[in-house]
Design a protein. Structure first.
Length: 94
């Protein structure tokens, strides 16, 4: 019997490590008493074998076996490419 793995959709917030990206998943929930929407942001360390995803991309991640101390997810697909403005230090004026 095949088990269904958990999947999440989030935004890549870090890609400085080799073959690893940090994905922030935003889950809005209603407070049970006050009925206000509360945003809960959880960061997952996900395995990205080809290093295709960059900061700002929206990706789909899937649960997998433990790959390291913190990595338990892997990138399945890149849903949308993010727009990140590259600014050189010379372009910044005081």
């Amino acid at each position: 019997m095949e088990t269904k793995r958990k999947t999440r959709i989030g935004k890549v917030v870090g890609d400085k490590m080799s073959k690893t990206v940090i994905v922030a998943v935003d889950t809005p929930r209603r407070h049970p008493l006050y009925k206000k929407t509360i945003r809960r942001i959880v960061k997952y360390y996900a395995h990205d074998e080809e290093k295709k995803s960059k900061v700002g991309d929206t990706v789909k991640i899937e649960e997998t076996r433990p790959l390291s101390k913190l990595k338990r997810w892997r990138v399945v697909e890149i849903i949308t490419k993010g727009e990140v403005a590259e600014i050189k230090p010379e372009e910044i004026t005081n």
